[in-house]
Write a protein that binds this ligand. Structure first.
Ligand code: UDP
Length: 429
């Protein structure tokens, strides 16, 4: 039954990355189901597919991305670019929306806009909202534990842990147990000052907001919430996991290849290891080759998502397969460019997930009771992986240089041995 409309329109602004667009549109769907009208203001870069959301209004704003995409080369440069370039267009757009809302009120069809909801990484939106006296709520698409690590950057820098040096990688962080220095959520960037400045701005602007909506759930992150409340003394709403209410398939930027579901249907229960590094993480060619042979040599059938940009520096549409690999995996491996991940993880044939521990992937795996092999690449993935392996104990981490023998052994531990079985029991409970 259609929920009674409330006469309240919520304006949401996502960060233009797959792992951020998914939870923002899921949150929008949840709010719509509660009777709110929804406007999504978005960049032209990575714009969501509006045809999948006929009830929402979508407004693109100019973002300054040209054919030269070099500004989007590393994570911090990417985020800084949008934080600078979207400020004026977003403000203009909000002024128009607020004035339209006022005019409509005059015609007695009230649709009040009470606040802006924006991604925490789009920190410039606090200044824009303040300038219009519009309260701003933040959507945090990462874990509570990772936000504590981000907030600790200034102290950790003062103590000499940043930039990270090889000699300190294994040093335990007494401020953030059980994290070690190597688990700090840093991004690949050429300039650590710029990274720390970015972190400080985004944390400060979260603190300046009217409240934080976090895509997590209380039962999982409850112990960290007390510390979080001290660090961020504003209302926090842990109302996730969103994907259990609305799936991510409608907001997928890439077409999901559903042929892998038919392949999974032919496999034995809990026999398949699903392998995916999300939408951004990449590796060098040597690591890719080790990964390929590790999977070919292990005793589990596997479903592997190989994006065209999974190997960095490679512009090839088809990956560079090692000689003899495709022949060897025939019948045992299924390879796709992009999968319907939630459906894959919920499939009875899937017994393990080799993941980069993006927060959406981590939540999706936990919710389907699938234990993980963790190989984080950057940012909050590192914190999530440490918690998955050492606190929630629902996965094990590949911590060394990728090597086919270790990959094979780790998959065996996860899929066939007692410790993997215990993780499966814990994650299912
Ligand atoms: N995803 C997908 N198909 C794939 C791989 C990933 O639909 O083949 C989805 C996945 O379900 C998740 C999102 O893409 O919702 C990735 O977000 P995550 O936070 O895990 O990683 P990111 O891409 O941000 O690194």
């Amino acid at each position: 039954m259609e929920q009674k409309r409330r006469g309240v329109r919520l304006v949401l602004f996502p960060c233009p990355l797959q792992g951020h667009i998914n939870p923002m549109l899921q949150l929008a769907s949840i709010l719509h189901s509660k009777g709110f009208s929804i406007t999504i203001v978005h960049t032209c870069f990575n714009s969501p597919n509006s045809s999948n959301y006929p009830d929402f209004t979508f407004i693109p704003i100019p973002d300054g991305v040209s054919d030269d995409k070099s500004v989007l080369s590393d994570g911090i440069t990417f985020l800084s670019f949008f934080n600078v370039n979207c400020a004026v267009p977003l403000r203009d757009c909000l002024i128009r929306l607020l004035s339209d809302a006022t005019n409509i009120v005059a015609e007695a069809v009230a649709e009040h806009i009470p606040c802006l909801i924006s991604d925490s990484l789009m920190h410039f939106t606090q200044g824009v909202a303040d300038s219009l006296k519009l309260p701003r709520l933040v959507l945090q698409t990462s874990s509570v534990v990772s936000s504590l690590a981000f907030a600790a950057f200034p102290v950790l820098r003062q103590k000499g842990y940043l930039p990270i040096s090889d000699s300190q990688l294994e040093t335990p962080l007494t401020e953030l147990p059980p994290l070690k220095v190597k688990d700090l959520p840093v991004f690949h960037t050429h300039d650590v000052d710029i990274m720390c400045q970015f972190m400080e701005s985004f944390v400060n602007q979260v603190k300046a907001s009217s409240g934080i909506i976090v895509n997590t759930f209380h039962h999982l992150e409850q112990p960290a919430l007390a510390a979080h409340g001290k660090e961020f003394p504003i209302p926090v709403f842990t109302i996730g996991p969103f994907h259990k209410v609305f799936p991510a398939s409608s907001s997928s930027l890439l077409t999901q290849d559903r042929s892998c579901i038919a392949w999974l249907d032919t496999q034995a229960p809990k026999s398949v290891i699903y392998v995916s590094f999300g939408s951004l993480a990449s590796m060098d060619k040597a690591e890719f080759v080790e990964m390929a042979w590790g999977l070919a040599n292990c005793n589990s059938p596997f479903l592997w998502v190989v994006r065209s940009d999974l190997v960095h520096g490679s512009k090839r549409i088809e990956p560079f397969w090692p000689d003899g690999f495709l022949e060897m995996i025939s019948g045992k491996g299924c390879i796709v460019k992009w999968a319907p991940q939630q459906e894959v993880l919920a499939h009875p044939a899937v017994g393990g997930f080799w993941t980069h521990n993006g927060w959406n992937s981590t939540l999706e795996s936990i919710c389907e009771g699938v234990p993980m092999l963790c190989r984080p690449c950057f940012g909050d993935q590192k914190v999530n992986a440490r918690y998955v392996s050492h606190v929630w104990r629902v996965g094990l981490q590949l911590e060394n240089k990728l090597e086919r023998g270790e990959i094979e052994r780790s998959i065996r531990r996860l899929m066939f041995e007692k410790e993997g079985e215990e993780m499966r029991e814990r994650v299912s409970s």
